[in-house]
Ligand binder design. Sequence first.
Ligand SMILES: Cc1ncc(COP(=O)(O)O)c(C=O)c1O
Length: 382
Amino acid sequence: MTRKFIPFELERWQSRWEHRVRYNISESGVHPLSVGELLAIGSVDPDELHSIRFGYTQGNGSDELRDAIAALYPDCRRENVITTTGSSEATFIISWALIEPGDEVAVLTPTYLQAWGLAQNLGASVRTFDLEFENSWEPSRESVETAISADTKLVVVTNPNNPTGHILSEETRNVILECAQKTKAWLLVDEVYQGAELNGETTQSFWGSYERVIVTSGLSKAYGLPGLRIGWVVAQPELIEQLWARHDYTVICPTPTSDFLAQVTLANRSAVLSRTREILNTNLPILEQWLNKFSTDLEWLPPQAGAICWVRHPGNPQTPELAEFLRTEHNLLIVPGEHFGKPGFMRLGYGNESGELRAALAALEAGLRERADWSSFVQVAP
Ligand SMILES: Cc1ncc(COP(=O)(O)O)c(C=O)c1O
């Protein structure tokens, strides 16, 4: 029997519409850097970029780039690293290498549903365990223990989390590690939001806590460079070899300009990350001020990392309808909770330039007030 293909609704929603709306707060990263800004941060002569030839590059990423990535992690060498086209390709080749029909995969939700969808498209069954709003976005020990069974092949965690912006407590990390180790499951930790912490304290990587830990990350979120399409995997060399064999089938190699600019980025990591932090800390108060006007309608916990806020709208379980209304009538893109598997929520991205964010929030407010049937927004003075 042919399996029904599960589309990646979030990515389809964004790729179809985000360049066609006036206001876009569907993104989870900060306002991207331009090539010129990045070269200026790194004091790189633009001629260096201009002289790059568009040949094929080293397939798994240049040695220099893999050394720079390895240096971000304790006890990590270039043999532990493969460079990928965004962290999406990283998740794809890992899923392809590890998941077989009939496998069981446990996924911490809400989350970016790539691994969740891929696992099912590859014939696995998925169990989820939830970050709980009432538990300050921590999962209960019981839910972790139930989701990670003796048959679990792969556990998938995103930390810091998208869409909540939550960073797992030490206690939860340990419970997840303990359960994964007990069943010898692979533990894939997506750390693409690491470095985008509002308080500037880098989230501790899972790398090194267990031999079956696989870390993915990249330059799209914390570094503000999604268009560079540079991601990576950090894992044991044997698995990296298996992933490279898949990568030969996907995209072959990074572009030479991306490999070069990724090296510039990592050589100037702290300056790039400070820019991100500055954007986050300037814009979150703007968003919170806006949200506070509607505290009777909306519930949220302040994000700890990432330019994302996960907002519960209990009066309105129909978030796709709301999102479609905002898009068609107010030229505004948000992400409905359903794209993370959670009706009644919306994800608001606050990483834009501040003026843009204010204008987008005004459009959101206008849209919500117009739909009096969906909330009591109209009763609150503008
Ligand atoms: C948790 C998470 N992982 C991976 C990705 C994919 O990003 P990229 O392929 O640009 O690294 C995203 C994008 O939104 C994400 O939120």
